[in-house]
Design a protein. Structure first.
Length: 202
């Protein structure tokens, strides 16, 4: 029967009594790597997960819990990785507003106010669920779209409530990060909330 070295056996005995610690560490590491580029291909990750799961199940069948724990931990790593990749990847649907904006563009948006307005001392922010867009260029026509847009403006917005339909003139584009090493991953943070486009109302 398969057996582990003494040090490994002691380590996994400790993990067996504090199982949440290694599971949490693996989930965190999977989440971190999910934000790196390029991510592990989804198909490869699923195949690896299934292979590990089958192997761990067989080891459990033969009553070696420590070895099963060793093989199960990468599963939690892959869960964290796949979950992060699915949340931050760019939307693929043709009608998503993200795919219509390759650069900052002056547009007219029609959409539904999706959040409460965040009122600051100098500016306000809110999100709308876009329904139609008019891109101001030589061949501008109204297009049906979907997807959330985070908008900012100077001053107060007045009495706006979620659910209201709005027509807004703004300059919008894809959310990007500053090219500063170690800077906050704003793109990933907003993507996890399902927001890939932002803009400024003048």
């Amino acid at each position: 029967m398969f057996s582990l070295p003494d040090r490994a056996r002691s380590f996994f005995q400790c993990c067996d009594h504090n199982i949440l610690i290694p599971i949490t560490v693996c989930l965190i590491l999977g989440t971190i790597t999910g934000r790196l580029q390029p991510p592990v291909p989804l198909q490869a990750a699923v195949i690896s997960s299934l292979s590990l799961l089958v192997t761990a199940t067989l080891i459990l069948y033969f009553h070696n819990k420590q070895a099963a724990l060793l093989l199960c931990l990468p599963l939690f790593f892959l869960v964290g990785h796949i979950n992060t990749v699915q949340h931050i990847k760019a939307p693929l649907a043709a009608g998503h507003i993200y795919n219509l904006l390759n650069q900052q563009s002056q547009v007219t948006l029609v959409g539904t106010l999706a959040t409460m307005v965040e009122q600051g001392s100098e500016k306000s922010r809110f999100e709308i669920e876009a329904h139609e867009i008019l891109i101001h260029n030589e061949q501008s026509t109204w297009q049906h779209v979907h997807g959330r847009v985070r908008l900012s403006m100077r001053g107060k917005t007045g009495d706006l409530q979620p659910g209201m339909t709005l027509m807004i003139l703004a300059k919008v584009g894809r959310i990007t990060n500053f090219n500063t090493p170690g800077a906050f991953d704003y793109t990933g943070y907003m993507a996890a909330r399902g927001v890939y486009v932002s803009g400024w109302i003048k």
